[in-house]
Design a protein around this ligand. Structure first.
Ligand SMILES: NC(=O)c1ccc[n+]([C@@H]2O[C@H](COP(=O)([O-])OP(=O)(O)OC[C@H]3O[C@@H](n4cnc5c(N)ncnc54)[C@H](O)[C@@H]3O)[C@@H](O)[C@H]2O)c1
Length: 325
């Protein structure tokens, strides 16, 4: 267990965010919305300017959805400041790193930050999948260090995965769990530094089987997406996969597992089909063709529809979010 640290979230006032990209900008917006002072740093001045624009875009979509008042957006803007100098983190209570997904760069970043930051500040990395133990390798006080995985788009998706490194203290986990509640996020604790944490392990288990079904000609890709949306996926926002089994009957789920598990994909590599699609430039929305067709403006519609429905769901999950703190 790492050394105990003194900081408590009740005293938290200032949040440092490193990396002013997609995730860092969203994370800054989330904390500022709850009244925290936020300092955002980046190595690139232009990215800092773009980040401020991104925060405005996130705010306007929340206003459009009736989840935020226009005057709140002004406050959010006023609470976030930007710098290319990491010294601004010297009095931060929590520093969240959302910089490029490269192990060595993250390790060097944290070594530099430990020399700047307060001795009792919490340190969190938003890595998608790199080892948390690896990222904090050069940090001396590892008790304060944690994985804090926000999902994209961070201002909408409620989940945050808090991943313990070997030496992360229980106090760090407990305090940051409390903080996640304050910012209206739903925290889960990942007890082992396991690749994919929880969310991506589940997501990619489904992805592997979905590819397998299409590859084997069991069903079309359209029907795979439809089956998930109107079947298991329809239930998932309400009850997770284990509670689904509870409600279905664990004996029944056992009997089904007994004959079905051996039929399911245990592919260790992505199927050739997926590689062929990539080689043909079918990358999804960004190239206007993936499994589905996104030409002629359909890509924008797909993103808009997704976000609209996600906001609707968010209003059900967190009804108190509808305008105001
Ligand atoms: N994009 C996603 O869907 C997503 C979701 C969850 C987690 N993440 C993780 O969040 C982190 C950031 O991802 P992103 O999508 O926001 O990336 P991004 O490319 O949009 O932004 C990264 C920013 O970090 C800056 N940067 C690079 N090196 C830096 C350094 N040494 N110090 C300060 N700033 C530096 C870059 O200039 C850039 O502005 C990554 O670890 C990524 O794996 C991404």
């Amino acid at each position: 267990m790492g050394r105990v640290i003194a900081m408590r979230v009740d005293d938290t006032q200032k949040i440092g965010v490193a990396g002013a990209g997609t995730m860092g900008s969203g994370i800054a917006q989330i904390f500022a919305r709850k009244g925290y002072e936020v300092v955002v740093t980046d190595i690139d001045e232009e990215h800092l300017q773009r980040s401020a624009e991104l925060v405005d875009i996130f705010n306007s979509s929340l206003i459009e959805e009736g989840i935020m008042l226009p005057e709140e957006a002004e406050e959010v803007r006023g609470l976030i400041s930007y710098s290319t100098d990491n010294q601004v983190f010297s009095d931060a209570d929590l520093i969240i790193e959302a910089i490029i997904e490269k192990m060595e760069i993250k390790q060097d970043f944290w070594r530099e930050i430990e020399a700047i930051a307060r001795r009792d500040a919490f340190f969190a990395t938003n890595t998608s999948g790199l080892s948390i133990n690896g990222i904090c390798e050069k940090v001396e006080n590892k008790g304060r260090f944690i994985g804090m995985h926000f999902w994209n788009p961070p201002h909408i998706i409620p989940l945050v995965e808090l991943t313990k490194a070997d030496e992360t203290s229980d106090e760090t986990v407990e305090e940051l769990k409390k903080l996640m509640t304050i910012i209206d996020k739903e925290a889960v604790v990942v007890h082992k530094d396991a690749p994919g944490f929880i969310g991506n392990r589940l997501q990619f288990a489904v992805f592997r089987e979905a590819l397998h079904i299409v590859d084997e000609g069991i069903a079309t890709f359209e029907d795979v997406d439809k089956a998930m949306k109107y079947g298991p996926g329809f239930r998932y926002p309400i009850i997770g996969p284990l509670q689904t089994a509870d409600l279905g009957g664990l004996d029944t789920f056992y009997y089904i597992s007994d004959y079905l598990f051996e039929e399911l994909s245990d592919m260790k590599e992505p199927p050739v089909m997926l590689q062929k699609m990539m080689n043909a430039g079918r990358l999804g929305v960004k190239s206007r063709k993936g499994f589905w067709d996104y030409s002629g403006g359909k890509h924008e519609q797909a993103i808009k529809t997704r976000d609209k429905m996600l906001f609707e769901m968010l209003k059900h999950i967190h009804p108190e979010q509808k305008t105001g703190r």
